[in-house]
Design a protein around this ligand. Structure first.
Ligand code: IPE
Ligand code: IPE
Ligand code: MG
Length: 238
């Protein structure tokens, strides 16, 4: 069947970057090395998305549940996030807008400051918006938005009966970005693990056994091509 390209426009791709630990284990390395390799894959894939002219790209780097992992692993991950944050200024030349959806209050003050600074200073870039989800949970996101809405009703002139999807979307951590068109999860598991529950509402879901450190530009382009063949009906008859 002929497909109109515009119907399958790809505005927003999100990644659940899973499989770093298994990648390392398979090779007899510590899990921490898997995360380091995962960080490299993240940079490669972010660049590939830019080359493919995808305007919104989102990566799940640390869930609200991941804090329950052993301290050594959490410390390694925070160290990698720190490296990225203080390196990211280098990427300003990239004209990429950077956002950090999630509850950043668990991070050290200098990291929080740097996240705020990068968001502020990159706000004018519009070639690509890269969201790195740190201490992000889909349910936590919905709860914080509901709390905000309650406060707005109490303190401003919003009314509960006026709440609609647009207003609610605007209160989520992802308020500045459109809903996800394509979700890619590496590492073989077929679940959402509390990622973007609201924003994935009509996303096309794709899963691969490839472990995140092995995922690259070729894999991305392969999924983008599959996406173009999908028939997105949004509940209608087309
Ligand atoms: C994904 O890789 C990275 C994070 C969750 C931070 P994992 O660490 O979950 O790797 P596996 O699933 O154990 O292989
Ligand atoms: C999801 O991976 C979280 C991230 C990729 C950041 P997990 O490895 O934490 O998910 P589960 O535990 O397999 O569901
Ligand atoms: Mg995992």
């Amino acid at each position: 069947m002929y497909k109109n390209e515009n119907e399958n426009e790809l505005r927003h791709v999100a990644f659940i970057m899973d499989g770093n630990g298994r990648w390392a284990k398979k090779r007899g390395f510590p899990r921490t090395l898997g995360h380091k390799k995962g960080g490299e894959a993240f940079r490669t894939v972010a660049r590939a998305c830019k080359n493919a002219k995808i305007p919104y790209v989102t990566f799940f780097a640390f869930s609200t549940e991941n804090i329950k992992r052993p301290k050594e692993e959490v410390d390694t991950l925070f160290g990698l996030f720190r490296e990225y944050l203080f390196d990211a200024e280098k990427y300003a030349a990239d004209k990429t807008r950077i956002l950090f959806p999630g509850d950043r209050s668990i991070f050290p003050p200098d990291m929080i400051q740097q996240m705020n600074k990068l968001e502020r200073e990159s706000a004018g870039f519009d070639e690509m918006t890269l969201s790195l989800c740190l201490n992000y949970g889909g349910r936590a996101d919905i709860i914080q938005a509901a709390k905000k809405f309650g406060q707005l009703c109490r303190d401003k002139d919003l009314r509960p009966e006026n709440l609609d999807e647009k207003i609610f979307s605007g209160l989520l951590y992802t308020k500045d970005i459109p809903d996800v068109d394509l979700l890619i999860r590496t590492g073989g598991e077929q679940r959402l693990s509390n990622f973007l529950l609201w924003q994935l509402c009509y996303a096309e879901l794709m899963f691969t056994d490839t472990l995140w450190p092995d995922f690259g530009e070729k894999d991305l382009l392969n999924f983008v091509n599959i996406y173009k063949t999908r028939d997105r009906r949004f509940g209608e008859i087309k």
